[in-house]
Design a protein around this ligand. Structure first.
Ligand code: C2O
Ligand code: CU
Ligand code: CU
Length: 454
């Protein structure tokens, strides 16, 4: 434990929270100047189902992973120690940071070998709800539990009475807690392989106490490999404050919002005044999370507003449009370096991602000129959902050919079946940036690539 004591130790406390307590967040005081963390990537047995044990892979020995708290415009340092028996890297999803800190193996850094350490250092320009995960052997590393929430605090505290981080994950486990197959080819060729045990912070339908009458910020993060959650709430007044980390100019009603893998949703809610009253969140008609009003400190009179992030506005008049078609094509079956076939089902502009290695990096899907605005026309030529994610940039969602979208800023656009969405962004961050579907078994069977900003 001495190594851990050298640094601000990240707790994995939420699993301990009983139904009658307010769950613990890592309340690092991010006003201090040393935001210096250590993350240990290691196997750990965790209790997802009572009386059983699941041989998970964890950050700092438990699940949920520690909530990393950083602060807007303040440097943070995270030392990652790999105690797995295989290489890994950590990616900071949604953060507009330097390419060599983006955590993609071969493209941005060397893999962190077993026993090795790598230090990530960056200064997040945007405040909001983000997350972190490996970018290697993703089906297994993410599927077994290496997923965590990263909060970037606003420069000024917006003033909520309670702030909850909520990691959504469906585990691929049997009722005995043993892992089932994380990805099956016939499912990877369709919507992805779903897990059976639906959890928030590793618990089924947890009940969290909230201060009666208080202003509550709920930070949902879909850290699942596969599932798109359809989120509803028993309280019709609940508001969407931010989507995928970025505040909305005007809050919106929740109304069955779809959160695809990789996506986040910040909700604001005034907790019921009467003690014991509950608010329920559901996915379809399945219970996800319940809040119970309890005694507590409630100071806010109304829901605080969030300041917008400093995303460079796209220059649409001088933009170049690039089209990307996401298609299904099971006729290509490449052979890997060991001579084994691996199934490919998906392509971007007819190219299936074949992976990278030390000496081999495929060409980019596009080369972008630094400082210029691009409109990406994202065309889903399939009947399945695809949450399309771009690293290192935040785009503005412009429009859809099949539904009304009020523009917002995001790093992951959820394409419905046969839908086309246009997004725009300034290519202001130099480097090679992954660009992929966040359904992990889609990205692993072709639906991945990268763009290069030069
Ligand atoms: Cu969560 Cu390549 O990303
Ligand atoms: Cu990412
Ligand atoms: Cu997909």
């Amino acid at each position: 434990m001495t190594i851990l004591n050298r640094r601000r130790f990240l707790q994995t406390g939420l699993a301990l929270a009983a139904a009658t307590q307010i769950p613990r967040l890592v309340l690092a005081d991010t006003s201090s100047d040393d935001l210096d963390y250590q993350l240990i990537v290691e196997p750990a047995d965790i209790g997802l189902i009572e009386g059983t044990s699941t041989p998970a892979w964890c950050f700092n020995g438990g699940f949920p992973a520690p909530v990393i708290r950083a602060r807007q415009n303040k440097p943070v340092r995270i030392e990652v120690v790999n105690r797995l028996a295989e290489p890994t890297t950590i990616h900071w999803h949604g953060l507009r940071i330097r390419n060599d800190m983006d955590g993609v193996p071969f493209l941005c850094q060397k893999p962190i070998q077993p026993g090795d350490t790598f230090v990530y250092e960056f200064t997040p320009p945007d405040a909001g709800t983000f997350w972190y995960h490996p970018h290697m052997n993703s089906i297994e590393q993410l599927g077994k539990g290496l997923v965590g929430i990263l909060i970037v605090d606003e420069e000024q505290d917006p003033g909520f009475d309670l702030d909850l981080a909520l990691a959504m994950k469906n585990w691929h486990v049997t009722p005995d807690g043993a892992f089932t197959v994380l990805s099956k080819p016939r499912e990877a060729a369709r919507m992805g392989t779903p897990g059976r045990l639906m959890t928030i912070n590793g618990e089924q339908n947890p009940h969290y106490q909230v201060p009666a009458g208080g202003a509550v910020r709920l930070r949902f993060a879909n850290v699942d490999n596969t599932l798109t959650y359809e989120l509803n709430c028993s309280d019709p007044e609940v508001q969407i404050l931010a989507i995928d980390g970025n505040p909305l100019a005007e809050p919106r009603p929740l109304a069955g919002y779809l959160i695809g893998p990789g996506m986040r949703l910040d909700l604001g809610l005034m907790a019921p005044e009467s003690l014991g009253e509950q608010v329920h969140f559901t996915h379809r008609d399945k219970p996800l999370l319940s809040l119970i009003s309890a005694e507590g400190d409630a100071r806010a009179q109304r829901l605080p507003r969030l300041p917008m992030n400093p995303i460079p506005p796209p220059d649409l008049d001088n933009a170049e449009t690039l089209s990307f078609a996401f298609e299904w094509d099971a006729s290509i079956n490449p052979v890997n370096e060991n001579g084994e076939m691996h199934p490919v089902f998906w392509t971007i502009n007819r190219v299936a991602w074949q992976g990278m290695s030390d000496g081999h990096i495929p060409p980019p899907l596009a080369r972008l000129e630094r400082g210029k605005t691009y409109i990406f026309s994202l065309e889903n030529a399939t009947q399945y959902h695809h949450p399309i994610h771009l690293h290192g940039h935040t785009f503005t969602i412009l429009d859809s050919d099949s539904r009304q979208i009020d523009s917002y800023q995001s790093d992951t656009a959820l394409l419905g079946k046969y839908e086309r969405i246009r997004v725009a962004f300034v290519a202001d961050n130099p480097g090679r940036w992954m660009y992929h579907c966040h359904v992990v078994d889609h990205m692993k069977t072709g639906l991945m690539g990268y763009v290069e900003v030069v």
